[in-house]
Design a protein around this ligand. Structure first.
Ligand code: ATP
Ligand code: MG
Length: 416
């Protein structure tokens, strides 16, 4: 017996409707904002993520599924969706075409993490990328799209926003951060000591309790924003107010990824504890150029579909039940089953969900099975029905039966 790899999950046939529901709502919301879907490969050249995600990030240093293919090339399973989308945007010349380009993706993502609730090694993301616009309204639109999705899914989550400025303001801020953390170096975790040297901003992102305590008193990036970044952030906030989206400012949000500039945001659910961030994103004006494209600004986010589902389940959000068969056509014997088969084919051709017996069950057992499937009607064909060319259609909800000729079956069940 071979088991499923640690940190991965099957989506079983009886549960997949939940996924389809969340994905369907995501697609609907993306459509409202006029986004088109992009699909990129599940694996890419490792270098794409090293450069695109950043080689000081946890993702690149610890979490990537990297392997050599048979041609001795280093490949990596995508740990997130943005790098591939940007690669494709550049490679297909979209960066020199008409802007903005607004796209979304639904993709598996792979990270070698310690599996726990809401933290898997294969998970799924719905993500959005808005390429080409630097305006604060575009940031607000990305946030609004995420907010609409979460509201449509019935989630009660909190939005936290921050600005981490541009390379100019960050230089001054990094200096201030280093001065602040220097006396605490001994108390910081191992990773934070490296962060201190390589990317002080990331110190604020640490999840260790000891580091978090120290972080609480760190200087705020918001006091270091240059005039342009400050104005941009003010405009983002005012757009959110225009749209009636509530938010809180959290100067501790820096995001794990290297390519973020200015606006960063997270939607957090209080109902699932440590893994409460269901959606996160921000602006990354430097990434497209970093990956070899023109200097083009961008903003986006990704939502973890598993985490959305966990929160929905924990807060009792009702997911619409999947469709059930309209009719189950039962057959008494071989000849009757042939008729049931023929009728079911005709019904399906016209769009009626029809089911028949596949297991040579008795009529009684077929009835029981049809009930278990939730079929709205059960029609039984016996020898006399076959002879007469008509059958009784029993409505399972009311228990009432009506005579339906084989000829009229499609007409009868259409729209039931
Ligand atoms: P975290 O701080 O929880 O590790 P992250 O900053 O690594 O999150 P992102 O890279 O921003 O996460 O990914 C966007 C979203 O994808 C997260 O907000 C979360 O909902 C989801 N996500 C990230 N990693 C995992 C994982 N290992 N398992 C399930 N969902 C995940
Ligand atoms: Mg992570």
């Amino acid at each position: 017996m071979i088991n499923i790899p640690k940190g991965t999950k099957d989506v079983l046939p009886q549960d997949s409707y939940k996924w389809q529901y969340v994905e369907g709502v995501a697609r609907d919301v993306a459509k409202l904002f006029n986004l088109k879907e992009i699909r990129t490969p599940v694996f890419e050249h490792t270098e794409l993520f090293q450069r695109g995600v950043g080689d000081t990030t946890d993702i690149v240093t610890k979490e990537m599924y990297t392997f050599k293919d048979k041609g001795d090339r280093s490949m990596t399973l995508k740990p997130e969706g943005t790098a591939g989308a940007v690669r494709s945007f550049i490679e297909n010349g979209m960066h020199s075409g008409v802007l903005p380009v607004k796209m979304y993706y639904i993709t598996p993502a792979f990270r070698y993490e310690r599996p726990q609730a809401g933290r898997l090694r294969e998970f799924h993301q719905f993500g959005v990328e808005l390429f080409g616009a630097k305006s604060a309204q575009t940031d607000a639109e990305a946030i609004l799209l995420a907010d609409s999705l979460l509201k449509k899914l019935g989630l009660n989550v909190k939005l936290y926003v921050n600005s981490i400025g541009c390379p100019t303001c960050r230089a001054a801020y990094n200096k201030a951060l280093k001065a602040f953390f220097e006396p605490h170096l001994d108390e910081l975790c191992y990773d934070c000591k490296t962060r201190f040297e390589k990317n002080p901003l990331r110190l604020l992102d640490c999840k260790e309790e000891a580091c978090k305590k120290i972080n609480a008193a760190a200087p705020s990036i918001l006091d270091y924003l240059c005039e342009d970044c400050h104005a941009h952030f003010e405009e983002v906030k005012s757009c959110l107010e225009l749209a009636g989206v509530g938010y809180e400012i959290d100067p501790r949000i820096v995001r794990g990824l290297d390519y973020y500039t200015r606006t960063v945001f997270e939607f957090v659910s209080t109902s699932i504890g440590a893994q409460g961030t269901v959606c996160a994103g921000g602006r990354y004006d430097g990434l497209i150029e970093e990956l070899g494209g023109n200097s083009i600004p961008a903003v986006g986010f990704a939502a973890g579909i598993e985490r959305l589902l966990i929160v929905m389940e924990q807060t009792g959000v009702e997911i619409p039940a999947p469709e059930v068969p309209t009719v189950y056509v039962a057959g008494m014997n071989a000849a009757c089953r042939r008729k049931a088969f023929e009728l079911a084919s005709a019904l399906r051709e016209k769009g009626v969900i029809a089911e028949i017996d596949h297991m040579d069950r008795s009529v009684k057992a077929q009835f029981k099975y049809a009930d278990k499937l939730g079929a709205k009607y059960v029609a039984v064909i016996g020898d006399s029905e076959l002879e007469e060319g008509a059958m009784n259609a029993k409505c399972m909800a009311t228990g009432e039966s009506e005579r339906v000729t084989f000829e009229n079956a499609v007409e009868y069940f259409l729209g039931k």
